[in-house]
Design a protein around this ligand. Structure first.
Ligand SMILES: Cc1cc2nc3c(=O)[nH]c(=O)nc-3n(C[C@H](O)[C@H](O)[C@H](O)COP(=O)(O)OP(=O)(O)OC[C@H]3O[C@@H](n4cnc5c(N)ncnc54)[C@H](O)[C@@H]3O)c2cc1C
Length: 322
């Protein structure tokens, strides 16, 4: 494959997101010998830190420095990428709210194929076969995309295994002069962090996470008892917060908290990408769900097909017995 593959690197406060390592794996599903070029946009010391961290896994890092990139702004970044990308580039972007803001418009400007939320990739000739999920993950769809004019592909976080660090440090190429002139109609004003709740789920090693399958508010009690027996705390999916059964600070996911536990019990959670997008650090995932086809089982290390109302109290009892 001749076209160069690029990977858009997410970072915050100088710390690079786990998806940086996953995008290398995804690139190698397109071309086994691919050495994707990392695109790191930002400003100041955070950008320098993100570039040097990225260079521990990417052989080449393109640094795009501009004060307008102090906070991710898809409109301005799109203009910057157009200034540096070759016409037939294949650009991999993490599939999240920012990726969905950035990528469709970028593909139109590049006159390239766009495909969102990709779980698996395979090349046949000039075509790319992508696997996506429909109907809340109950159906996998396979589509063919032309790649001869390049492609912008949003990769679902967690769908590809992260690669190991490089033996040597990669090269950082400063492309900031190409993006000095970008202007924007939107301006970053201020980042307001969510107020921390009574429990900080982002710092816990063991999370017993409940979803709509818990049934009703009273059901939370059996999860609390299990969490206590395991030495963890209860977190939840978004419907639990929408129902006002738990505080927003307990919600895991793209519009909630990003957690990095060692053990994650997904209890009555179907496994939407918005939920899974908040689980980082490759924890040991135990999924308990009464539907054997629930998508959560595809990412679980252990899957238990059971009714929560019976299984959780039984598990708590066994743990308490020692
Ligand atoms: C912009 C946007 C942002 C979002 N952000 C988030 C986010 O941050 N976090 C998040 O979680 N979601 C988020 N969502 C919502 C997300 O798309 C899903 O709707 C949500 O994650 C589903 O939650 P769930 O798995 O608890 O519920 P469901 O999808 O309804 O799944 C419930 C599961 O419980 C199982 N079940 C039912 N009864 C039982 C039982 N008795 N025993 C065992 N299993 C049982 C079912 O088989 C099912 O698999 C977002 C959506 C949008 C559009």
């Amino acid at each position: 494959m001749a076209a160069q593959i690029f990977a858009y690197i997410k970072h915050k406060g100088g710390a690079v997101d786990d998806t940086a390592l996953e995008l290398i794996s995804a690139a190698r599903n397109i071309d086994a010998s691919a050495e994707p070029i990392a695109l790191v946009a930002g400003s100041g010391a955070d950008l320098d830190q993100a570039c040097s961290q990225t260079a521990s896994t990417y052989k080449q890092v393109w640094k795009l420095g501009n004060s307008a990139f102090a906070y991710p702004n898809a409109e301005v970044l799109r203009k910057a990428l157009l200034a540096v990308l070759p016409t037939d580039a294949i650009v991999l972007v993490p599939h999240d709210a920012f990726g969905m803001d950035l990528s469709p418009g970028l593909s139109i400007k590049l006159d390239a194929t766009f495909v969102a939320d990709v779980l698996a990739l395979e090349v046949s000739g000039n075509d790319l076969r992508v696997v996506r999920q429909e109907y809340g993950g109950q159906v996998s769809s396979h589509s063919l995309c032309r790649m001869d004019k390049g492609a912008v592909i949003n990769i679902r976080p967690g769908a590809f295994a992260p690669v190991e660090a490089l033996a040597s440090i990669g090269e950082v190429v400063d492309k900031s002069s190409y993006v000095a002139e970008v202007s924007t109609g939107r301006e970053f004003v201020e980042l307001i962090e969510a107020v921390a709740g009574d429990v900080d789920i982002t710092k816990e090693d063991i999370l017993v996470s409940i979803g709509r399958g818990i049934g009703d508010e009273e059901g939370i009690q059996i999860a609390e008892e299990l969490a206590e027996a395991m030495g963890g705390v209860v977190s939840c999916s978004r419907p639990i917060v929408d129902a006002k059964w738990m505080d927003k600070s307990r919600q895991v996911g793209t519009s909630g908290q990003t957690v990095k536990p060692k053990v994650y019990l997904a209890c009555g959670i179907s496994g939407s990408f918005q939920h899974l997008g908040g689980i980082k650090g490759n924890p040991f995932v135990v999924a308990i769900n009464k539907n054997p086809k629930a998508p959560i089982f595809q990412v679980a290390d252990v899957g238990i097909v059971a009714d929560l109302q019976e299984f959780l109290p039984e598990l708590t009892e066994r743990i308490n017995e020692g």
